[in-house]
Every structure is written in structure tokens, then in C-alpha cells.
Design a protein around this ligand. Structure first.
Ligand code: S3P
Length: 186
């Protein structure tokens, strides 16, 4: 597929767990022939420990410190498409690094859809630490509400993933990327 020439050189995907950031990022990078990196996978490789284990053995603050370190490295590195972890937007340093990096696209879905996706993917749930004491839907709803302003703050554009396959979402993201954004074209 000829995807056209993206207006800005680089693209970061943000959004809650289950929005398909990694899958979509990989498809977009493949279609444009640009290097892709998944920030959580890079973090696991860098520290030789799974995200879940970092949460369990060291706690969330240590994970967030490591996440920031890796994200600052990645945004200064050769990757053109980055899929971030769902909580990467929590730190201002990360949001600033993502804005400097390039176009930031926020993948969205309602909490019910997200909880359903997480529940229907046992391997994804097993590999992910629980972020609060609440059950899945309550946790998702609370965190999506709390994080929404941060996603909105960092993102140049929003793409809904509801009722769309990863390939369809990738097509929508590509359309945004090719168009560019007012902020980046200033
Ligand atoms: C987190 C999301 C995860 C991972 C970690 C924390 C979060 O990434 O970074 O478990 O706080 O939402 P995904 O969004 O790729 O699952």
C-alpha cells in the first residue's frame, strides 16, 4: 500500500490499555516502512524484567522512573513510530518528550469496550499488573476518567478504536499522520 508521505517525521501512540497501540503502531510502521518500537517491550529488554515483575517486586514508582528513562531515550533515538504504555502520559516529562518527538495520536475506546477486550485476552491480563484494587471495569472506568485530561493534553489528534479492526484503526491513524496537525505544522 502506498501510504503517502507523512507530514511530520514521527508518530507516537498514546491511550489506555486495550486500545491496540502496539498492534496499530506496528501496522502503521510497516505500511510506511518506518522503524517501530514498543516502549514497554523496550523497557523490559533494557532492565531484563517484565513489567508485571517490576510492579510486583519494586512497586509502581520504580516502574514509572524506568518508564520515563526509557521514553526519554526512545524519543531521542531512531524509532519513527512509538507505542507508549497506557500510563506514560502521567508524567509531565514524558508528555513534553512525546510532544517534542512528533505527532501524538490518542487511541480511544469506552471503558466497557476496553474491559471487554482485556477480559477476552487472558494472556494480556496475565501479563499486566493490576493497577488498582478495583475490579477490571471499575479500574478501567476510574483510570480512563483520571487520565483523560492528560491524553487530551498531549495528543494532537484522537482516533476511536470502537468497532474497528486494528487495520482500520491503522488506516485512520495514517490518514491523520499524512495530513499533519496544526501544532506540528506551525
Ligand atoms: C500501564 C499500562 C501498560 C504498562 C504498565 C502500566 C498503565 O501498558 O505500561 O502495565 O498504567 O496503564 P499497555 O497500555 O501497553 O498495556
Amino acid at each position: 500500500m502506498n501510504a503517502g508521505l507523512p507530514a511530520s517525521r514521527r508518530l507516537a501512540l498514546v491511550g489506555y490499555r486495550g486500545t491496540g497501540k502496539s498492534t496499530v503502531g506496528r501496522i502503521v510502521a510497516g505500511r510506511t516502512g518506518r522503524p517501530f518500537v514498543d516502549a514497554d517491550a523496550a523497557l523490559e529488554a533494557r532492565f531484563g524484567e517484565s513489567v508485571r515483575s517490576i510492579f510486583e517486586r519494586h512497586g509502581e514508582p520504580v516502574f514509572r522512573d524506568r518508564e520515563e528513562r526509557v521514553l526519554l531515550e526512545l524519543t531521542a533515538g531512531p524509532a519513527a513510530v512509538i507505542a507508549t504504555g497506557g500510563g506514560a502520559v502521567l508524567r509531565e516529562a514524558n508528555r513534553n518528550a512525546l510532544r517534542r518527538f512528533g505527532l501524538v495520536v490518542w487511541l480511544t475506546a469506552d471503558p466497557e469496550t476496553l474491559a471487554g477486550r482485556l477480559r477476552s485476552s487472558p494472556s494480556a491480563v496475565a501479563g499486566r499488573p493490576a493497577l488498582t484494587a478495583a475490579g477490571t471495569l471499575a479500574e478501567v472506568a476510574d483510570l480512563v476518567r483520571a487520565r483523560e485530561p492528560l491524553y487530551r493534553d498531549v495528543a494532537d489528534a484522537e482516533v476511536s478504536t470502537v468497532g474497528r479492526s486494528p487495520a482500520e484503526v491503522a488506516g485512520a491513524v495514517l490518514a491523520v499522520w499524512v495530513q499533519g496537525s496544526p501544532r506540528l505544522d506551525e
